[in-house]
Design a protein around this ligand. Structure first.
Ligand code: FMN
Length: 370
């Protein structure tokens, strides 16, 4: 598939997760293969124009981190335009506009014609960016405010008309937050609303089968995966393989999980230094640990990481500690293995126990704008 004039190697995208999808995470996932495109965490347009060091850190990249889109956030058209120009100068493949839910003011004052004004304003902001740069400009949004206000199809059409190159759609409303099922029908409405640009579906894709199901049910051109990539950074490779061949590759072994977790930490340290890298890994390590079976004490050690040595020691202790849970080959005995992940939209029932097991935690942050 293509985004604007850029041909990408797979229809699989890494969703922006503020605080997580930084350069070490992106490099870790890219090394495993199957990922077609990644996006930075959201970056405040004004901060970027002002060359704020934190904003510059967010757009930091490397030759192996391609193609990379920078996600911009802001409501002032001139700032968004100038930030897009700067992203182009910095070598970004594309700029993505964070639209969270663009109609909140409209809903508050009653919708109707005001909604058209808001769409017109949003489309004008996007047009200003599209006209200012040569790289593709994309948009990421939710379905709308709530089930009675599914506005994304109309907005997507308006954005297509001003030259937006792709639409990323999280199949939930703003009212849903991160709970409830992802609405595949809502994603399908966005797909059918546009005629020229690819629509990329998003939300709760935690397995290759779920990605395939989303594509089959909605007609979306690609799938963007966020939290699922933390449980399973191999998801892109396995999904790409499934889409190409119909074959489902096995889940990674314990040793492979440890290898990739270690690589992620090494990249954190290489890029941010040992002190900051270890501190940042404290919120990443537990995601890996979650799929390792019983690992409570290991998780406790990960969230206190100070130095690289601490990690090596904790891993050594963990290897010995988990032996009673394993067979002679070192694989977890079936009764201790974590249950399979099942995406919200692939579940027949809303069994609370299953939902609790598979719920992907949403860390604190400005959820309002996601
Ligand atoms: C911790 C966290 C941070 C997020 N940060 C962003 C962000 O910076 N920009 C954005 O557009 N969406 C953001 N999102 C939303 C995700 O990109 C994605 O749309 C959502 O998590 C659903 O996909 P998933 O179920 O695959 O994670 C964030 C979500 C989470 C949980």
């Amino acid at each position: 598939m293509r985004i604007g004039s850029i041909e990408i190697s797979s229809p699989l995208f890494l969703s922006p997760l503020a605080g997580y999808t930084n350069l070490p995470m992106r490099l870790t996932v890219r090394e495993l293969g199957g990922l077609g495109w990644a996006t930075t965490d959201l970056v405040n347009a004004r901060s970027l124009i002002e060359r704020n060091p934190k904003a510059l850190q967010l757009v930091r990249t490397a030759p192996a981190d391609r193609p990379l889109a920078v996600q911009l956030f802001g409501a002032v058209p001139e700032e968004m335009r100038d930030a897009a120009i700067l992203c182009q100068e910095l070598g970004a493949a594309s700029v993505d506009i964070n639209m969270g839910c663009p109609v909140k003011k409209v809903v508050r004052i009653g919708g109707g014609s005001a909604m058209m004004t808001e769409f017109a304003k949003t489309a004008a902001l996007a047009r200003g960016m599209v006209e200012a740069v040569k790289i593709p400009v994309t948009a990421k949004m939710r379905l709308g405010w709530d089930d009675e206000n599914i506005t994304a199809p109309e907005l997507a059409r308006a954005l297509e008309d001003v030259g937006i190159a792709a639409i990323f759609i999280h199949g939930r409303t703003r009212a849903q937050g991160f709970s409830g099922r992802v609405n595949l029908g809502g994603i399908r409405q966005v797909v059918t609303a546009v005629s020229r640009v690819p629509v990329i579906g998003n939300g709760d894709v935690t397995t290759p089968e779920a990605a395939k199901h989303m594509i089959n049910e909605t007609g979306c051109a690609g799938v963007s995966i966020g939290r699922g990539a933390f449980y399973d950074p191999w998801i892109f490779r396995r999904t790409d393989h499934l889409l190409r061949t119909g074959e489902l590759l096995p889940e990674p072994s314990f040793e492979e999980r440890v290898r990739v977790m270690t690589r992620h930490l090494e990249l954190m340290i290489e890029i941010f230094g040992e002190e900051l890298g270890c501190r940042m890994f404290r919120k990443v390590g537990p995601w890996y640990a979650k799929r390792l079976g019983p690992a409570k004490s290991f998780k406790n050690a990960l969230v206190k990481l100070v130095r690289r040595d601490d990690f090596d020691r904790a891993l050594e202790v963990f290897r010995q500690w988990r032996a009673p849970y394993c067979d002679a080959e070192g694989n977890l005995l079936p009764r201790f293995a974590p249950g399979p992940m099942v995406a919200s939209f692939m579940r027949d029932d809303d069994d609370p126990a299953a939902l609790a097991r598979d719920a992907i935690p949403v860390p604190k942050g400005p959820v309002d704008v996601w």
